[in-house]
Ligand binder design. Structure first.
Ligand SMILES: CC(C)(COP(=O)(O)OP(=O)(O)OC[C@H]1O[C@@H](n2cnc3c(N)ncnc32)[C@H](O)[C@@H]1OP(=O)(O)O)[C@@H](O)C(=O)NCCC(=O)NCCS
Length: 190
């Protein structure tokens, strides 16, 4: 079972069945879907299916998967730390960080704060050799988060969207080094 993680402001907890409505509210926002290849807002049945898939990943890889993010009991989005998806550039053992937050929570450093907790967890607890993140080239906010975390560009590649378009993107990576356990900030920047 994956641990609940605590940051200065966030509680990152495992996904629960009741999260389907929260995920629907998140993905209802066009701004949220813009760079995640999700043209349409999902309906409740689709969100329930997403929760079921997240929970299946949790069962298959108990220490990894998706974390729902809350501030004082209010849902603000989610993070993941899991193996990269099939077809993405990756090396054996890679763990990929991802995040999606409610627009009301943007611009406060929360994606960076939650990701740092997952970086630390991935390196220190799971001893992952490498943590990666993927972002479309046009997703300036996500690229900025990746930069603040200290991940470096590893591979440029083209993502083929559900609608068949080709989207330029990159995989960014951070390698665990011997002294990672002593880094208080969860950053991979030297
Ligand atoms: C990407 C996302 C998670 C960032 O969340 P966040 O909590 O606002 O991120 P942070 O506050 O930690 O950092 C965002 C940084 O990007 C900057 N930024 C945001 N929008 C920007 C823009 N359009 N142009 C340039 N910089 C931008 C912010 O100023 C901040 O940098 P700073 O700390 O130097 O000022 C959020 O925008 C989101 O959920 N987007 C929709 C889903 C998504 O795209 N997920 C990522 C898929 S790869």
């Amino acid at each position: 079972m994956k641990p609940t993680l605590f940051t200065t402001r966030l509680i990152l907890r495992p996904v629960a069945e009741e999260d389907a409505q929260r995920l629907c509210a998140l993905d209802a926002e066009e701004r949220v879907r813009r760079f995640v290849d999700q043209p349409e807002a999902p309906n409740l049945a689709q969100c329930e299916a997403v929760v079921a898939r997240m929970r299946a990943i949790d069962r298959a890889t108990p220490a990894l998967g998706f974390w729902m993010a809350e501030i004082r009991g209010e849902f603000v989005g989610w993070f993941h730390l899991k193996p990269p998806r099939d077809g993405e550039p990756a090396e054996i053992g890679d763990l990929e960080i991802g995040y999606r937050l409610m627009p009301s929570a943007w611009g406060q450093g929360l994606a960076t704060e939650g990701s740092r907790a997952l970086l630390r967890y991935g390196f220190e607890t799971l001893r992952a050799p490498r943590v990666t993140a993927v972002a479309f080239d046009a997703n300036t906010a996500s690229l900025r988060v990746i930069s603040k975390l200290g991940l470096m560009l590893w591979r440029r590649w083209e993502y083929r969207s559900r609608l068949g378009s080709v989207i330029p993107c990159g995989t960014y990576a951070c390698i665990r080094t011997a002294d990672d356990h002593s880094r208080a900030g969860g950053s991979c920047a030297s």
